[in-house]
Design a protein around this ligand. Structure first.
Ligand code: LHQ
Length: 261
C-alpha cells in the first residue's frame, strides 16, 4: 500500500493536518492535493473541529509544486489550469474556512509551499525555517496568493525583493518584517503550536470566523464599506451563544466556557 501524503488527526477539537511526502520535502503532487482537499472536506463538515493546525513531516514544511510532475516537454502544459484546478481552490478554502487555521512551519517553505503557509491565519515558524519565493528561479510568477499577500504583509519594496531575488528569508527576519506571527526555537515549535491550537479551539469560534472575514475583506474595502461590514458582522456575533457566555463570565468573574456557537 502507498503511504498517505496527508495525515489528518482529530483530537480535542483540533484537526492537525500534516503534509507527508518527506522524501520530496512535502512537495505537492496530484495525490497530495486530492488528499488535502478530502481532509478539508472533512474539517468543513465537522463543526466540532474548532481549530486547524497545518504542518509538514520531516525537515521541510513544503517545497511547493513537485517539479518532477510538471513535464516541460509537454506541448499542452498549462500551469494556469493547474492553479485553477488545485492551488487556487486550496488558498480560497483556507481563507474562507470559518475556523482559525494555524501553520507550524517546521522547515523550509518554498514556492507555493511558502504562500500556502502565509495564507493561514497565524504562522509560527521554527528558527531554522526559511521562506523562499522560489518562482523567479524558474521563470514563474509567485502564485497561491503570493502577489496579494506579500505586499500587504511586508510592503511593496520587500515583496518585490523577495519575489525577484528569491533568496531564503530566515524565520527570525520573517518575524521582524511582519511576515509571520512568531518564530520559536525548533525544539519548542510543535509544543507551542499544539498549545496555541488547543487554546484557539476553546475560543468563540463564530466570532473568530467573522473576525477573519472582516480582516480579509479590508484589503478591498474603503473605510465606509469596512465600517458597514463591521456593523453587519457585529450584529451576527452579538447573536451568538458565545457572546452571551462571554458577557456572563465577565460579569460573574469566572472563566467563560465557549461552545463555538
Ligand atoms: C523536490 C522539490 C520539488 C520535486 C525538493 N519538486 N522534488 C504551481 C503550479 C504549477 C507548476 C509550477 O509551480 C507552481 C508553484 C510552485 O511551487 S513553483 C516552485 C516550486 N518549488 C521550488 O522551486 C523549490 C525547489 N526546491 C528547492 O529549491 C530546494 O529543494 C529547497 C531550497 C526547498 C531545499 O533545498 P535542500 O535543503 O538543499 O534540499 P534538496 O534540494 O537536496 O531537496 C531534497 C530532495 O527533495 C531532493 O531530491 P533527491 O532525490 O536529490 O534527494 C530534491 O530534488 C527534492 N525536492 N523540492 N519542488
Amino acid at each position: 500500500m502507498t503511504e498517505p501524503s496527508i495525515l489528518l488527526e482529530i483530537a480535542d477539537r483540533v484537526a492537525t493536518v500534516t503534509l507527508h511526502r518527506p522524501e520530496r520535502l512535502n512537495a505537492f503532487d496530484e495525490a497530495m492535493h486530492a488528499q488535502l482537499a478530502q481532509a478539508l472536506d472533512r474539517i468543513e463538515l465537522d463543526r466540532a473541529i474548532r481549530a486547524v493546525l497545518l504542518t509538514g513531516a520531516g525537515r521541510a514544511f513544503c517545497a511547493g509544486q513537485d517539479l518532477g510532475e510538471r513535464q516541460i516537454a509537454d506541448p499542452t502544459l498549462d500551469l494556469g489550469a493547474t492553479l485553477d484546478r488545485l492551488y487556487n481552490p486550496l488558498i480560497r478554502r483556507l481563507q474562507r474556512l470559518e475556523r482559525p487555521v494555524l501553520c507550524a512551519v517546521n522547515g523550509v517553505a518554498a514556492g507555493a509551499g511558502a504562500n500556502l503557509a502565509l495564507a493561514c491565519d497565524i504562522v509560527l515558524a521554527a528558527r531554522s525555517a526559511s521562506f523562499i519565493q522560489a518562482f523567479c528561479k524558474l521563470g514563474l510568477v509567485p502564485d497561491s496568493g503570493g502577489t496579494f499577500i506579500l505586499p500587504r504583509l511586508v510592503g511593496p519594496a520587500r515583496a518585490m525583493g523577495l519575489a525577484m531575488i528569491g533568496e531564503p528569508l530566515p524565520a527570525e527576519q520573517a518575524e521582524a518584517w511582519g511576515l509571520i506571527w512568531r518564530c520559536v526555537d525548533d525544539d519548542r515549535l510543535m509544543e507551542e503550536a499544539h498549545a496555541l491550537a488547543a487554546h484557539l479551539a476553546t475560543q468563540p469560534t463564530r466570532g473568530l470566523g467573522l473576525t477573519k472575514r472582516a480582516l480579509h475583506a479590508s484589503a478591498g474595502n474603503g473605510l465606509d464599506e469596512q465600517l458597514d461590514l463591521e456593523r453587519d458582522l457585529q450584529r451576527e456575533a452579538g447573536r451568538t451563544e458565545d457572546y452571551q457566555e462571554g458577557v456572563a463570565a465577565f460579569l460573574g468573574k469566572r472563566q467563560p466556557a465557549f461552545k463555538g456557537r
